[in-house]
Design a protein around this ligand. Structure first.
Ligand SMILES: Cc1ncc(COP(=O)(O)O)c(C=O)c1O
Ligand SMILES: N[C@@H](CCCC[NH3+])C(=O)O
Length: 434
């Protein structure tokens, strides 16, 4: 059994998170329930920031809010002095509604609409990460019409195949994101951007993928980009002030995963960028990163009520819980693996191997295959670890299941940060036939 952050076993023999009894949480807030360990999220944020501060490197650690965006989460990111990466009008709206300082917001996305770009400019956001020529033209036209300037980064694709699931790879040449670094596209984009007075080109951005354990991919990406930067300094007189190496730092979901501590990714990146910039006689740029999963992933636990079971003799036992792919689509989408215990008796001896089924009408709605558990029934609460990233944010209403509530726990207190959806919420936007 592996516990994350403040997770422990309390005097009742129950799982405890942030000093709060997990079983009591389910009584107070119902199930399924997303629970976040606030102390662990703060620790992760500080870990990334300190790694830069210790080496006196100008930096921004932008929380990739796609991992988990709610008003309270954005406020926590602000309290911890993070910047914020948003990828849509909705994430931007959430950030603004949370009072996040707009100058520390970075706007991403491969198909930002005119309305989204206007919203970003009207709110004076910190920078726009320009992804493609279509967007550059659109942004230029809007800036000229509004007579405003904007900071931009150019998103480049360095042609790197990081070692992760195909669906979460983004740095390879055949990708929908960014300007290709290797075939002259990025250079053409830079030349175009430099022609327009309304753009202040701060530098370059790349993101090679997600749930990556090795540092090699990040270092290789840095190398490819800095080499280009050296060429562009000589040819175009352009020197990047910012090098943003994206997010993607892996976390431990199961014992098969062996991530490095966040500070190690950062210190290796800093070391490499320093060596490379010295080698090419470039000024050391600010180094920005955009962690999502590694800031919130292991701080999240989902609590479910155990329900029905089915035995397929000689094959397996299915144990169903009251949620599934509607609150965590990752197993169905990426064959993602999770660990879990019974929150009301985490220390009980495991006596059988069961497969945890969701309640959606899909055979693929399986949360965990072959999980060793004590005998479990309808009194039991299943706690699935490490569900903080891309769980709530990718949740949906499939089968018209209401989305679960979200609570933050810290120092023995629980606060509700997202209410449970009701059946009324489900039909709120529906209109009758007549
Ligand atoms: C551009 C960009 N930045 C940051 C992230 C955050 O990635 P992760 O949650 O793996 O840190 C993503 C998602 O993969 C992304 O696409
Ligand atoms: N949603 C993905 C990661 C993709 C991140 C966005 N670029 C996951 O759950 O692992």
């Amino acid at each position: 059994m592996h516990f994350y952050g403040t997770t422990a076993i309390n005097k009742n023999g129950h799982l405890e998170i942030g000093g709060v009894d997990a079983v009591e949480l389910t009584r107070d807030f119902g199930t399924p329930l997303y629970v976040y360990d606030v102390a662990l999220m703060r620790e992760r944020a500080r870990g990334f920031k300190q790694a830069f501060e210790e080496q006196n490197i100008k930096s921004q650690v932008a929380y990739a809010s796609k991992a988990f965006s709610t008003v309270a989460m954005v406020q926590l990111a602000n309290e911890e002095g993070l910047s914020l990466d948003v990828v849509s009008g909705g994430e931007l709206y959430t950030a603004l509604a949370a009072g996040f300082p707009s100058e520390r917001i970075h706007f991403h996305g491969n198909n930002k609409s005119r309305e989204e770009l206007e919203m970003a400019l009207d709110n004076g956001i910190g920078c726009i990460v320009v992804d493609n020529f279509f967007e550059m033209e659109l942004l230029k036209t809007i800036c000229q019409k509004k007579n405003v300037n904007v900071n931009i980064l150019l998103r480049v694709t360095p042609g790197i195949e990081a070692h992760t699931h195909d669906y979460i790879l983004t740095g390879q040449e055949d990708s929908k994101f960014g300007f290709d670094l290797q075939n002259g596209q990025a250079e053409a984009a830079l030349k175009t951007a430099l022609q327009f007075d309304c753009f202040d080109v701060l530098g370059l951005h790349c993101h090679i993928g997600s749930q990556i354990f090795e540092t090699t991919g990040f270092l290789l990406a840095a190398k490819k980009i800095v080499e280009q930067m050296a060429g562009w300094k000589n040819e175009l007189g352009f020197e990047a002030k910012v090098l943003n190496l994206g997010g993607g730092f892996g976390i431990r979901y199961t014992k098969e995963d062996e991530p490095k501590p966040p500070s190690q990714y950062v210190s290796e990146i800093i070391r490499e960028v320093k060596i490379l910039t010295e080698q090419f006689a470039l000024k050391l740029p600010e180094i920005w990163i955009e962690p999502g999963r590694s800031l919130v992933g292991d701080a999240g636990i989902t609590l479910y009520q155990v329900g029905s079971s089915k035995e397929v003799p000689g094959v397996r036992k299915y144990l169903a819980i009251d949620g599934g792919m509607s609150d965590n689509i990752r197993p169905a989408l990426y064959q993602a693996k999770y660990e879990a215990v019974l929150a009301n008796k985490p220390l009980a001896r495991t006596s059988e191997t069961v497969s945890i089924a969701g309640k959606c009408c899909e055979s693929g709605d399986m949360l965990i295959w072959d999980l060793p558990l004590p005998e479990a029934g309808k009194e039991d609460i299943l706690a699935v670890f490490c569900t903080g990233a891309y769980g709530y944010s990718m949740s949906n209403n499939y089968n018209r299941l209401p989305r679960p509530a979200v609570v933050f726990v810290e120092k023995g207190k629980a606060i509700l940060v997202v209410k449970r959806e009701s059946y009324e919420d489900l039909v709120r936007l529906d209109l009758p036939l007549k």
